[in-house]
Every structure is written in structure tokens, then in C-alpha cells.
Write a protein that binds this ligand. Sequence first.
Ligand SMILES: Cc1cc2nc3c(=O)[nH]c(=O)nc-3n(C[C@H](O)[C@H](O)[C@H](O)COP(=O)(O)O)c2cc1C
Length: 174
Amino acid sequence: MIKIASAADAAEQLRQAYGCFPSGVTAVCALVDGIPVGMAASSFTSVSMNPPLVSVCIQHSSTTWPKIQPRSRLGVSVLAEGQDAECLALSSKGQDRFAGIAWTPSPDGAVYVSGATAWLECSLEAELPAGDHLIALLRIHGLRAEPARSPLVFHGSVFRSLAAVSGAPNGAAG
Ligand SMILES: Cc1cc2nc3c(=O)[nH]c(=O)nc-3n(C[C@H](O)[C@H](O)[C@H](O)COP(=O)(O)O)c2cc1C
């Protein structure tokens, strides 16, 4: 066990440990002055059924979040297997992130990545400070899901695909 005296000393160990937890990848996007703006986020978590809430963690250094944060609707697309290129484009710097991406806007200005496995129309419910990130709590106003479509999986800094091994446990959502 490594003792964490200073987070700076343990940055690599933290990265490794966090990377042991597999996640999906979402794209959080909205129209800003008619142009699609968004970012990849693997920190997505389902939070509450009633009311329907999800969260994403956003690093303070993000230049995209301040642009989309004030929008009345944010589109959250849960990326599907094979959408590694979309994820990389949506996390890239210095290029048009949407140049090679098929997307659709909602009438309220959310932006959805085509070919994803689920799409959530959200508004920002609350922002909570959380160290070098903030937790954005999002309320779901509408959704569409294609549960038969496999998700993109991110684990240990590598994109992977999912394999089913057994049936569903009692009481687990999803
Ligand atoms: C697989 C993957 C997952 C990511 N997850 C997050 C995340 O959960 N939160 C976050 O703030 N940035 C995340 N990023 C980084 C952002 O997509 C983006 O690169 C970063 O916000 C810097 O760009 P910006 O200045 O335009 O915001 C992730 C990047 C990748 C490739």
C-alpha cells in the first residue's frame, strides 16, 4: 500500500488505480451560437431514478465546459463500440472536433453523436466543487436508448469492448 503524503508525488499511482476501474465514455455536447461544441467524458455516472439525475466530473482546466455550461440543454451521448475515433476527436485540441463526426441537434440546442448507444437530453441541476474537478449534476428531460448496441469501454487508458459472462444480479440497474 502506498501512503499518499502529497497527491503530486502519487499522480502516476492515482492514474493507474483510477484506470483499473472500467467505464463507458460519453460525449457532452451543445450548440453554441449554432455550432456544435462538446467534450468526451468517461466520468459519467447514473445517480438517481426519481428525479432522473446523472453526473459527470469536469476538470477545472476544461475550456469547453464554460462554453456549454450556460446552455439550457446539454446532450449526453453514450458512445458505442467502435466510436474510439469520435472519442479521440471530442477530446482533441486545436482542431474542429466535429469535422468527422455525424451529429444531430435537438430543437432545444442539445447535440447528439449519431451511432451512440443512448442519448440523454439534460439540463444542469447543480455544480459541486471536487478538488481539481467539479461534479456536474445533470437532470434528464428526455432520452432514447439502443440497449442492443454495445458500448465503448475505457480501461487502463485503452479502448476495449465488453463481453457478457452471466445473468443480471437482483436489484442492479441497467
Ligand atoms: C477517454 C477519455 C475520457 C475523458 N473523460 C473526461 C472526463 O470525464 N472529464 C473531463 O473533464 N475530461 C475528460 N476527458 C478530456 C476531455 O475530453 C478534453 O480533452 C479536455 O476537457 C480538454 O479539452 P477542453 O479544454 O476542450 O475541455 C476525457 C478524454 C478522453 C480521451
